[in-house]
Design a protein around this ligand. Structure first.
Ligand code: NAI
Length: 343
């Protein structure tokens, strides 16, 4: 194991600082060698540095190429542009990897184990939008531009296919809407089918499904899927749907992987409704930290952390309210630390 690995730490907004504190503690307990460079972004960036993505934060990630990030608040409608989207663009974080696995057996959907691979830089999600004023209505018409490129599609599809092979998965499903958005999502489907035919045929099963049908099928029978790869906006929506299948947003981590850096985070947002109450579930961020450990080739430490989370939830039955329990963030974190302290 390297003596130290420098990494940027962004506590973030809302519940961010609470779940980041818990996650840093469990990382220390597994002996992770991270040396944190703490930086601000989002609302905290605006408050303390007058910028939702201060240059110091960007410089830090440029240097470390590795970050663990709490959720960042983005105002709806007006206000500043999402710092998350800007980070993805700045560091060309083209792949968003979102595994969703049932953590507590016996729920409505048992033994779900899915991976959503979301394209992170293109599509309708990029927020290239404007209004056209008519008469006295400045917002009479709203226009959004979606851009998908052959190169961008190939990159994320290759990432998903390679990840499926490396993780020993049996099937990849391309999720699209090429029947209606024939160009915008047609290019993604066409590129995927072509890539599979030329380079991946026989190494795993490939199928394709339209986004609306996919949403229904996921709720009816999630076990028919394995790895789902899709464009940016569909991936955003599907990963929350899939989070719902495995116990909610508190359960799902995400990795933003790029050419210039990798940033690990929970799928959920800053949960302003429960911020500061000591009830937030840090599991998703802890699982993101486990992905970060895997990424740094610290697989044994990642496994120890996942096993401690599993034992805390299912043997000790210490759980936060969103997982049906009565324990707060601090009690839950303490229970995981106790698990990690056992030989
Ligand atoms: P949210 O994910 O913050 O919250 C949705 C619901 O889930 C809330 O009821 C919340 O209390 C609950 N929840 C979320 N995480 C939880 C946790 N760890 N433990 C227990 N309960 C949890 O979504 P919302 O309210 O739509 O967004 C709030 C803010 O977060 C917005 O400003 C949004 O832009 C931002 N956001 C940031 C993301 C990021 O930084 N990656 C991702 C999604 C949203």
């Amino acid at each position: 194991m390297p003596a130290t690995l420098e990494a940027t730490l962004i506590p973030g907004d809302g519940i961010g600082p609470e779940i980041v504190e818990s996650t840093v503690k469990v990382l220390e307990a597994v002996g992770a060698p991270f040396r944190w460079d703490v930086q601000v972004a989002g609302l905290e960036g605006v408050r303390t540095a007058g910028d939702p993505l201060p240059p110091r934060t960007i410089d830090s990630i440029k240097r470390t190429r590795l970050a663990l990030k709490g959720p960042l608040e983005t105002p709806s409608g007006g206000g500043y542009r999402s710092s998350n989207v800007r980070l993805r663009e700045e560091f060309k974080l083209y792949a968003n990897l979102r595994p969703a696995r049932t953590l507590i057996p016996g729920g409505r959907f048992d033994a779900v184990d899915l991976i959503v691979v979301r394209e992170n830089l293109e599509g309708l999600y990029i927020g290239h939008e404007h209004y056209i004023p008519i008469d006295d209505d400045p917002h009479a018409v709203a226009i959004a531009t979606g851009v998908n490129t052959r190169q961008g599609s190939r990159k994320i599809l290759e990432f998903a296919f390679e990840h499926a092979i490396a993780a020993g998965r049996r099937k990849v499903t391309i999720v699209h809407k090429a029947n209606i958005m024939k160009a915008l999502t047609g290019i993604f489907l066409e590129t995927g089918l072509d890539l599979y035919e030329k380079r991946y045929k026989g190494r795993f099963e490939l199928d394709a499904v339209i986004i609306d049908a996919c949403a229904m099928k996921l709720v009816q029978n999630p076990w028919q899927f394995d790895v789902l790869v899709t464009t940016n906006l569909f991936g955003d929506i599907l990963s929350d749907l899939v989070a719902g299948l495995v116990g909610g947003l508190g359960a799902t981590p995400g990795a933003n992987i790029g050419s210039d850096a990798s940033i690990f985070e929970a799928v959920h947002g800053s949960a302003p409704d429960i911020a500061g109450k000591g009830v937030a579930n840090p599991t998703a961020l802890m699982l993101a930290a486990a992905m970060m450990l895997d990424h740094c080739r610290l697989g044994a430490e990642a496994q120890r952390l996942r096993a401690a989370i599993d034992a805390t939830l299912n043997v000790d039955r210490v759980r936060t309210a969103d997982f049906g329990g009565h324990d707060g963030t601090a009690e839950y974190t303490r229970a995981i630390l106790e698990r990690l302290a056992k030989p």
